[in-house]
Design a protein around this ligand. Structure first.
Ligand SMILES: N[C@@H](CCC(=O)N[C@@H](CS)C(=O)NCC(=O)O)C(=O)O
Length: 210
């Protein structure tokens, strides 16, 4: 299987880390977002959303959306279970993972893409150009600060984000926290000791360097 990715892209990192946790080998093919290769027609037919990651199966079938890619990998290699096994575990992991996507990851991207000259007229990913809204850069930073407080509270009551075991929610959250460097709100997370200790624990996993 091939994974179309970009080294610094957090959603692509999510798929790489997940496959490393599963010990699934993927052939990595770089799509250079720095030169806007994702908009090139050669790639657009692989992902109409003009985004990485995209997983190409050996028969040519394409799966896009990082969460969907991870779900596929979980299906073909169930151990270790990173989406939970019981209905309750699965629900709690899905709940925390979605919270991270909506309130953590989107807050960082709102801050980054509306406040950086590289993304002029590219405030959203995808094939259509959208202008930046400078107020959203500030709002994204505020939302991310609230998200860090949410994590601090949660990690005071649970070893891992979604419960007692490591899951996709920890992968998504740790990558999001690391990515927050782009808005100068990344590690170390001063004033958030529980979050900082969890972050160091997750980052020390070998998969995180995939
Ligand atoms: N919902 C998608 C989002 C993918 C996404 O936003 N990818 C970014 C990199 S992390 C991208 O391809 N950006 C292209 C661009 O900046 O135009 C997923 O989870 O895979």
């Amino acid at each position: 299987m091939k994974l179309y990715h970009f080294g610094r892209a957090p959603n692509a990192r999510r798929a790489r880390v997940f496959s490393a946790e599963k010990a699934i080998d993927l052939e990595l093919i770089e799509v250079d977002l720095g030169s806007r290769a994702q908009l090139n027609p050669d790639y657009a037919h692989k992902n109409v959303m003009a985004e990485v990651p995209a997983l190409e199966l050996d028969d040519g079938t394409l799966v896009t959306e990082s969460n969907a890619i991870c779900r596929y990998l979980e299906g073909i290699q169930p151990e270790p279970a990173l989406f939970g096994t019981t209905p309750l575990e699965q629900a709690q992991i899905a709940m925390w993972d979605r919270r991270v996507e909506l309130h953590g990851f989107l807050a960082v991207t709102e801050g980054f893409r509306n406040g950086n000259a590289f993304f002029k007229d590219r405030a959203l990913t995808g094939p259509i150009d959208y202008p930046q809204i400078p107020q959203l850069a500030e709002r994204g930073r505020k939302r991310f600060a609230a998200f860090l407080d949410l994590l601090e509270t949660r990690l005071g009551e649970s070893d891992y984000l979604a419960g007692p075991t490591f899951s996709i929610a920890d992968i998504t959250a740790a990558i999001t926290c690391d990515f927050a460097r782009v808005i100068k709100m990344g590690p170390p997370f001063e004033g958030h000791p529980k979050l900082q200790a969890w972050f160091e624990r997750i980052m020390s996993r070998p998969s995180m360097s995939a």
